[in-house]
Design a protein around this ligand. Structure first.
Ligand code: AMP
Length: 420
């Protein structure tokens, strides 16, 4: 062990578990890549003001959880706590929305940072795969994203997740609801910080997880009763399209999410095997965000799914992903001459696209065979002086133990044929 440990609230992805993380990223992004979403990568840090304005000055993410710092050059930056603001910033900066093909559909995958109180499922460094569809107001786009997330989770074998759906209204109807909610909340018995929240962001109070707060919220006005006709029709269409796709969801009028930029459609994916950190992903429509960060009006919708929690959900359901063994062939040389010969064979196998590995470090037969076993290889190639004198190597099928002598100069073709 070294003097150093991974920083609090973080963990390292190590083999063999790390293969599951890669597979999860792959599974989440596959439906997106198949649906017209192009890959985008943005820096791990941005101007702190982008998040303050985009995510919201009063949100926990901005006030408490952001890794903000000043550079030696005097710039105020922050490690990204989420993806949407950065992706929209990048799309606007590159004028992707002016290329005449809206919506601009983008997907991303990367690390995010929040200074949170660490617990199971909640880390200070975590990974998301996300998708954003920028510049179109169309219920089918909202539906598409929800359907693709459902498809991604299902392709991983997850079953015990639920989709919660709500509409947060728009600039016309939300203010009316907001005022009604504020009036209701002011009549409750709440602590000072929560009272302050009533003024700044009353919808967030609905999200309060404390039982004594939730108890008082039973009769709170619900946004659904305040939605304007346009928002109502939009939401009904989203619901109809998702249902027609056979995707099951639950209406949850309490769902507000922790970011300020959402309008109309909002949704969350929760998994029932995860305890308190049950949200595996979430998203929604953010029609006002572009203008909030200085861009033109660009109605958009997106989601981000957490990779870490998706892996926890797989474990909670006992799902074992069917991951191919990383190594197909393992070479075990006995002696100096065999080392050169088999190293050449391994190199040629790799050039032919066969996953091959080698017993390095001059191991004896026993230790080398142990390594071959551990590698999960289907075949082992063993060669000693006598084999080489006869111009052969021993090709052993690990499962049956069956061993055949194969001429050295045809072993690459023989292995490739057997694996095909
Ligand atoms: P949010 O933008 O907060 O809704 O986050 C979207 C998804 O990212 C969540 O549903 C989680 O799966 C994941 N996520 C957010 N914060 C954390 C965290 N601190 N640790 C692990 N995963 C997180």
């Amino acid at each position: 062990m070294s003097t150093f440990k991974a920083p609090k609230g973080t963990y390292d992805l190590l083999p063999p578990d790390s293969a599951t993380y890669l597979a999860v990223r792959e599974a989440i992004s596959a439906p997106l890549r198949n649906s017209g979403y192009g890959y985008i990568e943005t820096p791990g840090f941005e101007d702190v003001a982008l998040f303050a304005r985009g995510v919201g000055e009063s949100t926990d993410i901005v006030t408490k959880e952001m890794y903000a710092f000043e550079t030696k050059g005097g710039d105020q930056l922050a490690l990204r706590p989420e993806g949407t603001a950065s992706v929209l910033r990048a799309a606007l900066e590159a004028s992707l929305h002016k290329a005449g093909n809206l919506p601009v559909k983008l997907w991303y995958s990367g690390s995010y940072y929040r200074y949170e109180r660490p617990q199971k499922g909640r880390y200070r460094h975590f990974s998301q795969v996300g998708a954003e569809a920028i510049g179109a107001e169309d219920p089918a786009l909202d539906a598409e994203l929800i359907i693709l997330a459902d498809q991604a989770y299902r392709s991983l074998g997850l079953r015990e997740f639920r989709i919660l759906l709500n509409s947060l209204g728009d600039q016309e109807c939300r203010p009316v609801y907001r005022a009604a909610l504020q009036e209701f909340l002011r009549g409750l018995d709440l602590d000072e910080e929560t009272r302050r929240r009533i003024d700044i962001n009353p919808l967030r109070v609905l999200d309060d997880k404390r039982a004594d707060v939730q108890k008082q919220l039973t009769d709170a006005p619900v946004l659904r009763d305040y939605l304007c006709d346009a928002c109502k029709a939009y939401h009904e269409e989203v619901r109809a399209l998702i249902s027609a796709a056979g995707v099951v969801f639950e209406d949850d009028e309490r769902l507000v999410r922790g970011l300020d930029y959402y309008t109309r459609t909002t949704f969350e994916f929760v998994h029932d095997g995860l305890g308190s950190q049950s949200a595996v992903g979430g998203g929604g429509r953010y029609d006002g965000l572009s203008e909030m960060i200085g861009g033109p009006a660009l109605p958009s919708v997106g989601w981000a799914l957490g990779v870490d929690r998706t892996v926890l959900a797989l474990r909670a359901e006992g799902v074992e992903l069917d991951l191919p063994s990383p190594t197909s062939v393992f070479a075990v040389p006995l002696g100096e001459e065999a080392r050169r010969a088999l190293f050449g064979v391994v190199t040629r196998l790799r050039q032919d696209g066969v996953a091959a590995d080698f017993a390095y470090g001059g191991k004896g037969l026993k230790a080398a065979m142990k390594a071959a076993n551990r590698s999960g290889a289907r075949y082992t190639l063993v060669a000693g002086e006598r084999d080489l004198a006869e111009g052969v190597v021993q090709l052993k099928e690990m499962e049956s133990g069956e061993q055949t002598a194969v001429p050295l100069d045809s072993v690459v073709a023989e292995v490739a044929a057997r694996l095909a």
